[in-house]
Design a protein around this ligand. Structure first.
Ligand SMILES: [Zn+2]
Length: 307
């Protein structure tokens, strides 16, 4: 009987129950003057995505970076089949701006990013700050709607940008970095935050939603995104396109209150359901990452260094 039940369970669990995740990169064309230069980074990133059978990701771009080299980079992402989307012109902080100023910045990016074949009307708020008052939030939502955009929220937050900082600083200092250790550090930290937010989603939704991972267009992304995807697949995740991810019901979710510092859609849902602590995973912390980088990549016990 037990075996029969087990067999039945296996049979009624369709493959679609694999956890699903879309990959997005913010801030392209992001500063590149360290390990790789801009064109190298773009080439490596495109190669890594292709090698790991990731058909489509989205690049949330800032049009301020569109000099000849920046245009070339976005062009190459676009030509490789990826989405180019709007992340404002100059990456302003909505907490310090009126809706009118912010909307202008958004519209300027719209105008300049339209030139790319892969352009889609998806908008990601810089710092995920979508309005620190009800008036600002609804104001910008109305602007997006009028322009035919959707709010390209994220569900999986992390501080990959700080891991890049640690990496570039070590390279600049001439540290002979152990790339295997760096790779492990990157993959482990990201997997921990991904699993944390997925568990939080399951607690509050009773299911694993179609997730959207926030990454940035950086050197460590180009170097290690393939390893991250391998780790995800080993744990039963499948990679979906960003547009597929935004068909999830949580795309229609209207948060009940404003956040000055938004942790992402799962955090919004959790807070509305009464969760107060832990909306930010503990890996989203500079000092914490610095300590782990020193121990796990550089093999330094930080306490000893500070004596
Ligand atoms: Zn950004």
């Amino acid at each position: 009987m037990k075996h029969y039940l087990l067999l039945l369970l296996i049979c009624i669990s369709p493959l679609s129950h694999a956890k699903q995740i879309a990959i997005t990169f913010d801030d392209s064309p992001r500063k590149a003057d360290g390990y790789f230069d801009g064109p190298e980074r773009a080439q490596k990133l495109i190669q890594a995505l292709k090698k790991h059978n990731i058909a489509q990701v989205a690049f949330f771009s800032n049009s301020l970076g569109l000099n000849a080299e920046g245009i070339q980079r976005l062009q190459s992402y676009s030509q490789a089949g990826h989405i180019i989307a709007n992340h404002t012109h100059s990456h302003p902080d909505f907490n310090n701006m009126t809706v009118e100023e912010y909307a202008q910045n958004f519209l300027l990016a719209d105008l300049e990013l339209k030139q790319f074949k892969g352009f889609k009307k998806l908008f990601r708020f810089p710092y995920l700050r979508d309005g620190n008052s009800e008036l600002k939030r609804t104001g910008m939502q109305a602007v997006l709607k009028k322009q035919g955009y959707i709010n390209a929220y994220i569900t999986l937050n992390n501080y990959d940008w700080y891991m890049e900082d640690l990496f570039q600083r070590a390279i600049k200092k001439g540290v002979a970095l152990d790339f295997d250790r760096m790779r492990q550090f990157y993959v482990q930290v990201l997997m921990e935050s991904i699993e944390y937010y997925d568990a939080m989603a399951q607690t509050h939704l009773g299911r694993s939603p179609k997730h959207i991972l926030l990454l940035h267009e950086m050197d460590i992304s180009a170097l290690f995104v393939g390893d991250l995807v391998d780790a995800l697949r080993r744990k039963g995740w499948s990679i979906i396109t960003p547009e597929e991810a935004y068909t999830d019901d949580i795309a229609q979710y209207q948060p009940q209150g404003v956040f000055s510092y938004n942790p992402g859609r799962i955090g919004e849902i959790a807070r509305d359901k009464g969760q107060k602590a832990g909306l930010w995973h503990h890996t989203l912390d500079e000092a914490y990452l610095e300590k782990r980088f020193a121990e796990e990549v550089l093999s330094i016990k930080l306490e000893r260094v500070m004596e």
